[in-house]
Ligand binder design. Sequence first.
Ligand SMILES: Nc1ncnc2c1ncn2[C@@H]1O[C@H](COP(=O)(O)OP(=O)(O)O)[C@@H](O)[C@H]1O
Ligand SMILES: [Mg+2]
Length: 248
Amino acid sequence: MENNNFVNSKESIETKKKPLIVLKDVLKEYDIGDWIIRAVDHVNLSIFETEFVAIVGPSGAGKTSLLNLIAGLDSVNEGEIYNSGIRITDMSEESLATFRIFNIGFVFQNYNLISTLTAEENVIFPMMLAGMTLDERRDRGLRLLGEMGLEERREHLPFQLSAGEQQRVAIARALGNDPPIIIADEPTANLDMETAEFIAKLFKKLKENKKTLIIATHDKVLIKQADRIITYKDSQIIKQDIIHDILQ
Ligand SMILES: Nc1ncnc2c1ncn2[C@@H]1O[C@H](COP(=O)(O)OP(=O)(O)O)[C@@H](O)[C@H]1O
Ligand SMILES: [Mg+2]
């Protein structure tokens, strides 16, 4: 299989640079009663520090399932996942939650803002979990909302915000604890062109700031910025295109 060849060739140079995230033979199935849906079919994948990986592929391929596993938001049926040298596969819910707070900013496709909290409260909530003081949280929250052009929306509840605004709040929240890894699930889908461009520029800046980016997307502008494009279909990696070899 193509993906195995790729992994082998990558692994031969892994002695030079160690991958940040490693998936080993990962299987994810959903038991929906009458049958079982296989969303991630024995996938092997290594992602390197500061790499921008775009995951493309048709709806239903299993992209969201794969991102959720990488982020530790869901558990594998088989296989192993390592992040920063730590095997996250069998971590307790509590340890995983703590690991995520400091290491991973996740941008959900449907934003997943807490409906009863204002934009500002949504952004600073993970900072509280990370132990920042109230002053630090307010300062940082306001700065991030400002960077997203949302300072004047800080008191708004999610339902009072447009889709583009909600997505920018969700991105600000993901950046709250300055995590080294940002995972985003179709972050520009269903948004107007202006907001989509704004978000693409933002990810470009995050890349320049040495973040590791893993983004499922159909957005040509975003895909163009990636170091590697992974084509995911029928629960497997069927193709990988290296645009910029960050191991060089
Ligand atoms: N929690 C779940 N329970 C049952 N089936 C699911 C669940 N999440 C995803 N699936 C199924 O797994 C397959 C892959 O879904 P998903 O990972 O959302 O793909 P994509 O993000 O590429 O559209 C689909 O057939 C979907 O219906
Ligand atoms: Mg999806």
